[in-house]
Design a protein around this ligand. Sequence first.
Ligand SMILES: C=C(O[C@H]1C=CC=C(C(=O)O)[C@@H]1O)C(=O)O
Length: 461
Amino acid sequence: MADVRSTLNLLRILEQLSHLVLQLQTSLPDEARSKRWLAVSLDSSEPDWREWILQLEQSAIEYRYFYDPVLKRHFLSVGSLKEFAICGENRFHAVEQEWQRWLRDIWRPSNCPLFVLPGFSFAPRHESKGWVGWPDAQLVLPQLLLMGNETSFTAVGLFEQQQPNFVLSGYWHKKPVEEQRLTVDALLEEFRNSVESKNAWERRVLHATEILKSHGDLEKVVLARLSLHATETLPSTAWKLLQKEYPDNFHFIFQHQGMTWLGASPERLLTVMGNRFYADALAGTERRGRTDKEDKAMGQALLKSRKNRQEHVAVVHYLQEKIQHICHHIQIPDLPILKKLANVQHLYTPVTAELLDGVSLADALKTLHPTPAVAGLPVSDALAYIRQEEPWARGWYAGTLGWMDSEGNGSFAVALRSGLYLHRFIAVFAGAGIMSDSLPEEEWKETEMKMLPIRRAFGIF
Ligand SMILES: C=C(O[C@H]1C=CC=C(C(=O)O)[C@@H]1O)C(=O)O
């Protein structure tokens, strides 16, 4: 009976919020009457994130979920009152401005928090090809927001002032609409045609090393690949496994037009909290050892590996150079440490700083995304190389997504160790940083290791 209880739980929360808003409407201050939306919140205990996601997956209501391991906080955004999608270079600022516009049209009591979960692709699309149905950036104003930890949560309901009844319940048991199948089928076909053989991908790596050796501007390029698998596992089940195996990663599930984009990323792009700024440099990879002794030895070897250290230092320098335009009081440790995940270990350097006055979250996102860890160095040359040489569109793989609140705070992860679920298929993505001395076979193995978490979570061995 767990299902029924949880279904009722979410609906009951919405019902309570709906009663609150009806009460509020009788005593609204004048300035509230001209606003389009009203928001109300309630605090409660015993959140059931897992059951809620399971229930949402079985409904036709689109939702977005993000877990921030630094704050140890879950964010869930359910349904959609309004959507904003945009393509092009100006996407970060366009999203921020749209959010500000929406905020000006929402009236809420002073203690009612608000946030959204925006998502951005790897790079603005230059042609219309690839990832049909997915814009370069997307923002949704949900009907219901839930945020909290394992023991308590805050629920926020958003309602049209003119029509404050909640709209979700009617959709609860609906099946996904048929038109979405066309987009899903088109994307599946695109991915089928994008899968490369081991030989073909290694040829691409070899070609990149030749370019890198030719002493042009390009120092490093990240080459990615995808694999496509039939699966009987549902995203909510995969997510549960990922949460168990990778509790310290950023977890995300973004539903869009009947598709589910999900992952468990080790890499934070940035966090902004007031004027505090945090970012991670993550580049350089080795597998985990089979015993403690082997694992330690492999970690030490990674710390000493010339190729990996070079790759890592280049990312750190890049970050340092970039953020000095938006930050001061920058603190970066001299040496990387190891970030150990269940299947791989990475070289990792945490970066902290203070934002300069007047710098917004969108400024910071635009400054840092995409990083050399997912593009290469220099970033603009690497992007040009990827655009020309990568035979498929990355879409939202290696993009960025996270949460953003009404005060301009937010935290964004790089969408790695990720996959797109399309009606019983999972497309899995991974890339590897290619330097002039990279060995194609080793890089292939590295992408296989990086694909393992998503493949395993979907029952693919
Ligand atoms: C591009 C990916 O990983 C990046 C992040 C960490 C380490 C990386 C590396 O060692 O190549 C990559 O730069 C991926 O997971 O698809």
